[in-house]
Ligand binder design. Structure first.
Ligand SMILES: C[S@@+](CC[C@H](N)C(=O)[O-])C[C@H]1O[C@@H](n2cnc3c(N)ncnc32)[C@H](O)[C@@H]1O
Length: 455
């Protein structure tokens, strides 16, 4: 087994099954103990690189092959994408190695005829310099140009152009291709202590700095270890959580002793943070439809030393206040297309359907209506997503506002309470809503709306 073969297997799996690339890689790589950490890192880079640049790699295949892309067997397509990624994006891999190693994989898994096809395409690619490709012309085909250059589906670009200018769409797509840092939230310990510990134990890490806005966040780049294997992680001193996700908890702004409802809690990343803001005093009812996620949530709470989170398995649409009561604050962190997290989940680009945002939007409106029933008079409702689409964000919030005469709370004041640079809070607010974007804030794209129920 080589790193390239492991990457090939992972990408084949991802074509067939909807599974998180990280989870899959962890399981594939754990089966090959003989692979060095350098090999494992290379396999990971190949998988993420191909997922990130898939649309562009397919465009190259289309320019090089006489057989139309749709007619090429998907496993051969995976081999070609892997080869082209090494040839066109990785300077440190010599061309002959990229071609010959991928042809070897093709030979061991496919017929002679198909491995010759792989050989021919990759050789042709290796002989071309970047100015020998007939790139789509920005003036004649601006959408196609952006789609190919930044490896995003054309429908996404067309959709974003309805609410954003061309330059901004381009900046967003480019930011999506930048590898996101690992972001931690510290728990029950000072942020400086965590930074110091990481610096002492992993001195080769390229960056370990505090987050600029979230008061308990740490940004880590170039860590040569699996964070979940570290002592500070096992001891419950850290939680992996993007800075934008950390900021959502400050929109909820819970107080110690209150009753909080976390709807669609997933693994409880936000429940844990809310509990920590509340000094583990009060009650958080955390609801999710997926019982396996609640199992992970329980383990996570035990690791973090949190006792006030009570997991409840159920569908929010069928949940009844007679069963769980009313709450001071309700967070609906709704299921969404996840387009704000493409830096971390590049496969979203190719899995998403053009109608997915619209479908999600309908579900989100229903969920939000249901969530409102659990808020006590005078209580707070927060709606959040990790999407960047108007349909899933503003449209859902406007729809709620049309149907409910609740007071809109501006996120600015809530963020000013926690930001060191208070004047920057305004840059996170758009039309009265909380909004982050990777190209503007260097964080995942999140949306948040806050309302207060009349007394
Ligand atoms: C955006 S994720 C939640 C992330 C989580 N709040 C966090 O901070 O890590 C959305 C979650 O909604 C759950 N979900 C989707 N539809 C649901 C429904 N009708 N009722 C309850 N949970 C649902 C999914 O299982 C998923 O865990």
């Amino acid at each position: 087994m080589t790193a390239r073969m492991a990457a090939y297997q992972a990408l084949l799996h991802l074509e067939k099954r909807r599974i998180h690339p990280d989870e899959l890689l962890r399981s594939i790589l754990s089966r090959y103990a003989h692979l060095s950490s350098v090999d494992k890192a290379f396999a990971t880079e190949l998988v993420y690189g191909v997922l990130r640049w898939q649309g562009r790699l397919d465009w190259h295949i289309g320019r090089l092959s006489k057989v139309p892309l749709e007619k090429i067997d998907f496993s051969i397509k995976v081999i070609l994408r892997l080869g082209l990624y090494q040839l066109l994006f990785l300077d440190r891999v010599p061309s002959y190695a990229a071609v010959s190693e991928m042809v070897k994989i093709a030979r061991s898994t496919h017929s002679r005829h198909l491995s010759s096809f792989v050989n021919a395409i990759l050789r042709r690619a290796s002989e071309r310099s970047s100015d020998e490709w007939d790139w789509p012309d920005v003036a004649k085909e601006p959408i196609k140009h952006l789609a190919v250059m930044t490896a995003h589906p054309e429908w996404l670009i067309e959709k974003l152009l309805k609410t954003m200018g061309y330059d901004e769409v381009e900046a967003f797509c480019r930011a999506n291709n930048i590898v996101a840092p690992l972001v931690l939230r510290v728990n029950r310990i000072g942020r400086e202590e965590v930074i110091q510990w990481l610096k002492e134990n992993y001195p080769n890490t390229s960056e370990i700095t505090p987050t600029r806005y979230a008061p308990y966040g740490v940004i880590v780049r170039g860590l040569r270890a699996d964070i979940s294997e570290t002592e500070i992680y096992r001891a419950g001193f850290i939680q992996v959580q993007d800075e934008a996700s950390q900021l959502v908890a400050y929109l909820v702004d819970p107080l110690p002793g209150e009753r909080i409802l976390d709807l669609c809690c997933g693994f409880g990343i936000k429940s844990a943070q809310l509990a920590s803001i509340m000094n583990d005093r009060g009650e958080i009812v955390a609801v999710d439809v997926a019982s396996w996620k609640l199992e992970a949530l329980r383990e996570n709470m035990a690791r973090l030393g949190i006792s006030i989170v009570r997991p409840v398995q159920g569908d929010v649409l069928e949940l009844d206040p007679n069963r769980i009561g009313f709450f001071d604050r309700v967070l609906l962190d709704a299921p969404c297309t996840g387009w704000g997290t493409v830096r971390r989940n590049p496969d979203i680009k190719w899995r998403s359907h053009p109608r997915s945002p619209w479908r999600m939007s309908n579900l989100q409106k229903e969920l939000l209506d249901r969530a409102a029933r659990f808020v006590r008079p005078g209580g707070i409702l927060v709606y959040s997503t990790c999407s960047v689409f108007f349909d899933e964000n503003e449209q859902v919030a406007f729809n709620f506002q049309r149907n409910h005469n609740w007071k809109e709370i501006s996120p600015q004041g809530l963020l000013e309470k926690v930001f060191v640079c208070k004047e920057e809070a305004a840059t996170f607010v758009d039309r009265g809503f909380f909004k982050t974007m990777p190209h503007l804030h260097g964080m995942d794209g999140f949306f948040g709306a806050v309302w207060q129920k009349p007394k």
